[in-house]
Design a binder for this molecule. Structure first.
Ligand SMILES: C[S@@+](CC[C@H](N)C(=O)[O-])C[C@H]1O[C@@H](n2cnc3c(N)ncnc32)[C@H](O)[C@@H]1O
Length: 220
């Protein structure tokens, strides 16, 4: 792995508890908000799912889906695989884990009808999100959906200041623990629109500081 790649290995076993201590169940609710919309999916690409809570729930909720889970962290992928195996007896047949830096990753001829990125796009710059979408597009079906969970900065008021402070402190903590070099949430919405996606639904949590979004590819 490139020495420049953020390294989340040391957080793999404590990530879930760090999250519960700081946000309670809110990130979890955000992550699972659109899970019921994944029941038709047949081949999912899960980007940076960390300890695999979403991937495990996806495999359990949809017995027909196959998932490719890509993450740079070997330790996160090991936790993800263990979690999937403990909740789905056939996980080995339906889950493929890939250790790769998503700033370089290109799928290998697959055809995905579902892409998932929960609290991952914030690890990338605008240009990196754009390059990632361009590399994924040829491997997405024409009606693919993309689920996003992210931190968000409300337009105004106290919640805006709170969100900015919170996001700054999270980036500071991740810079120290994982060598993450990004400091701003990228404008992924613009990148998605520029590449033919439209936001079909969204939901806010924590007064709009967290957002769950369902994007749909439009090829007309
Ligand atoms: C903040 S965690 C989010 C984990 C999970 N998706 C969630 O909902 O909490 C970010 C994850 O993305 C992975 N990651 C960060 N940058 C990456 C990159 N450039 N390539 C691949 N994985 C990366 C990390 O290893 C980590 O597992």
């Amino acid at each position: 792995m490139d020495p420049d790649t953020p390294n989340f290995d040391s957080l793999a076993h404590i990530y879930r508890w760090m999250e519960y201590c700081s946000f309670g169940p809110m990130l979890e609710r955000c992550r699972f908000h659109f899970l019921s919309r994944c029941v038709q999916a047949r081949h999912a690409l899960v980007l940076g799912d960390g300890d695999g809570r979403f991937t495990a729930r996806l495999l359990a909720a949809n017995p027909a889906v196959h998932a490719d889970a890509v993450d740079a962290s070997a330790a996160m992928l090991a936790v993800l695989q263990g979690r999937a195996q403990s909740c789905c007896p056939d996980a080995d047949a339906r889950l493929h884990t890939i250790q790769a830096d998503l700033r370089q990753f290109t799928p290998n001829g697959e055809s995905y009808d579902l892409v998932v990125s929960h609290f991952f796009l914030d690890s990338l710059t605008d240009d990196e999100v754009s390059a990632l979408v361009e590399r994924l597009l040829p491997s997405l079906t024409t009606d693919a959906i993309w689920l996003v969970s992210e931190f968000s900065v409300p337009e105004k008021g106290l919640r805006r200041a709170t969100a900015r402070m919170l996001i700054r402190s999270l980036y500071f903590a991740f810079a120290i623990t994982t060598r993450l070099r990004v400091h701003h949430i990228p404008n992924y919405a613009k990148v998605f629109r520029d590449h033919g996606f439209h936001r079909r639904e969204d939901a806010g949590y924590l007064g709009g500081i967290l957002t769950a979004e369902l994007w749909e590819r439009r090829t007309d």
